[in-house]
Design a protein around this ligand. Structure first.
Ligand SMILES: Cc1cc2nc3c(=O)[nH]c(=O)nc-3n(C[C@H](O)[C@H](O)[C@H](O)COP(=O)(O)OP(=O)(O)OC[C@H]3O[C@@H](n4cnc5c(N)ncnc54)[C@H](O)[C@@H]3O)c2cc1C
Ligand SMILES: NC(=O)c1ccc[n+]([C@@H]2O[C@H](COP(=O)([O-])OP(=O)(O)OC[C@H]3O[C@@H](n4cnc5c(N)ncnc54)[C@H](O)[C@@H]3O)[C@@H](O)[C@H]2O)c1
Length: 474
């Protein structure tokens, strides 16, 4: 019997079975795009998502978009605004935006005749066969179901790594999701970990009015960056009022009547109103019973894939955070392109084709990077030319001054022999946009001289290229 969505149902006394061409487990960026593409090709598709709060995935609901909405609200707060009231209103603005995006994402798949949205948690019971434990409260199909498919995509994302320390499960200790709705607003916030989440929340909460202490395990933040670049970022954060404590990590969290005390190795302690554990995210594979599907995972729990994102089981692919590698939305999206090509294209696109992958950490101003650092390029034996400029000194770049934020630096690392760009670090307003231009130049083999002599709009942050790339020295 075919249901309204065109998928075949086999009813047994025990559990009804849905047979589809394509099963996507988890509403991540890559998976949802793949589901829509497959339906456009006339395939029947089942999308299983464990929470209606997550239609659209991490990025839309708890990751990139809501945090960047909060980053923006924090950056336009005036000094006189009461932090508690201002934060409460900012969270309401965030919530309204996210509710809309969640609904749009649900409709984007659910409105398609060939797609069945299933509300529940999927668990493999055999090769390309899952059982779904239903979850109520959503708008999709919520019933105990088996789903059998020809092609399966695992797109279950990642979950926070919470250190196994006494008190880490206390009421004032948060992950990046719960801190977005923290009540009351924390006057003092301690953040453990200085990856993208730790840095972004430190910058954001400092601007909302918290006294932020950033606890860094190593000797400095951004340990993989050149020392001049990492030092410039640390200086701006420190000058904005964030306390950065290096070479330290917590040993326990003691919850009291009105505060939490963070005990640190070395014997010192820190009192705070809230703690953020920003200690990394690991692939969400624990409950998938992947062994039943013949899908291998590595020591970190990531699904093992080849260069075209095939798992160790025929017909089963993995995309995004769950397969290890860079945890970024645009990587999940590019994973979709690789799998689409493997399933229904020329089959030539590969993960290893990627060149010049940019990224931005959304502190204020944003810190954007692409390609190699100076240290990496010289370690590889290249002769390099570099340029390093303070944004405030770049005369051909009035844009940051018009926005009243001329903080930051620009660094370029260029091949002294070919004039091609090895890498760039842009730490200034608009850098999240300019870095994409530099990445494209790297991919297309555009030289540093061509970027230097480019015609760019005025006043824009891109204009910095005219001046800074004129300062390259060996
Ligand atoms: C606070 C924060 C800020 C971030 N900011 C940025 C940023 O600015 N830019 C950027 O590029 N990246 C950012 N990231 C990273 C980015 O959000 C992720 O890399 C990206 O969303 C991963 O997408 P994905 O396709 O792997 O899956 P996800 O979007 O994580 O989706 C996985 C889905 O699977 C569901 N699921 C899990 N298990 C099951 C199961 N068994 N059955 C059914 N459903 C299941 C989950 O509920 C979830 O909806 C941020 C992350 C966080 C946490
Ligand atoms: N703008 C963006 O692109 C963006 C923003 C947010 C998150 N993300 C993605 O989300 C993922 C998770 O971010 P994250 O910042 O949580 O992870 P991360 O792995 O980048 O950083 C975690 C940090 O916590 C430290 N740490 C771990 N355990 C610790 C402990 N017990 N004590 C002290 N320090 C400890 C680590 O040394 C590390 O510096 C990242 O991979 C990132 O790509 C991206």
């Amino acid at each position: 019997m075919a249901d309204a969505q065109g998928s075949e149902f086999r009813s047994s006394v025990s559990t009804p079975t849905l047979e589809v061409d394509v099963l996507v487990i988890g509403w991540g960026k890559g998976g949802k795009t793949f589901a829509a593409a497959m339906a456009s090709q006339g395939k029947t598709v089942a999308m299983v998502e464990q929470s209606s709060d997550m239609y659209g995935g991490t990025c839309i609901n708890i990751g990139c978009v809501p945090t960047k909405a909060l980053v923006h609200e924090a950056s336009v707060r005036r000094r006189g605004d009461d932090p508690h009231t201002y934060f409460t209103e900012a969270v309401e603005t965030r919530d309204q935006l996210i509710a809309k995006l969640n609904a749009v994402n649900f409709a984007m798949l659910n409105d398609r005749d060939l797609v069945t949205v299933v509300d529940g948690r999927a668990r493999f019971v055999a090769e390309r066969e899952v059982e779904v434990e239903p979850r109520g409260g959503g708008s999709g199909r919520a019933e105990h179901l088996r789903i059998v498919a020809e092609t399966v995509v695992i797109n279950t994302g990642a979950v926070p790594v919470m250190p196994d320390l006494p008190g880490a499960d206390g009421p004032r200790v948060h992950d990046s999701t719960s801190l977005q709705h923290v009540r009351p607003f924390p006057k003092r916030l301690a953040i453990v970990g200085a990856g993208p989440i730790g840095l972004e929340f430190a910058s954001m909460f400092q601007q909302f009015g918290s006294q932020v202490t950033l606890l860094v395990r190593g000797e400095r933040i951004l340990p993989r960056e050149d020392a001049d670049v990492a030092g410039a970022v640390a200086s701006v954060l420190t000058e904005s009022g964030i306390e950065i404590r290096t070479n330290t990590e917590p040993t326990s969290f003691e919850d009291g009547d009105s505060e939490v005390v963070v005990r640190l190795d070395g014997g010192s302690a820190l009192a705070a109103d809230a703690v953020l554990l920003a200690t990394g995210r690991r692939p969400a594979t624990d409950d998938l019973n992947l062994a039943a599907a013949g899908v291998d995972i590595d020591a970190r729990g990531a699904v093992v894939v080849d260069d075209q994102l095939r798992t160790t089981a025929a017909g089963v692919y993995a995309m995004g955070d769950v397969r290890g590698g860079l945890q970024q939305t645009f990587i999940s999206l590019d994973d979709y392109r690789v799998v689409l090509d493997a399933v229904s294209g020329s089959g030539e696109r590969r993960v290893s084709d990627r060149v010049g992958v940019p990224s931005t950490v959304f502190i204020t101003p944003p810190f954007s990077s692409v390609g190699m650092t100076e240290g990496e390029a010289t370690e590889q034996g290249h002769r390099v030319k570099t340029a390093f400029a303070q944004v405030v000194d770049v005369k051909a770049m009035p844009r940051p001054k018009t926005l009243r934020d001329a903080r930051g630096i620009i660094k370029f690392v260029v091949d002294a022999e070919t004039d091609k760009v090895f890498g760039a670090r842009l730490f200034h307003v608009d850098s999240q946009e300019v870095i994409n231009l530099v990445a494209l130049a790297m991919r297309a083999g555009v030289t540093a001289s061509e970027l230097r002599d480019g015609i760019w709009t005025h006043p824009s942050s891109t204009e910095a290229l005219n001046e800074v790339l004129g300062q390259l020295r060996e």
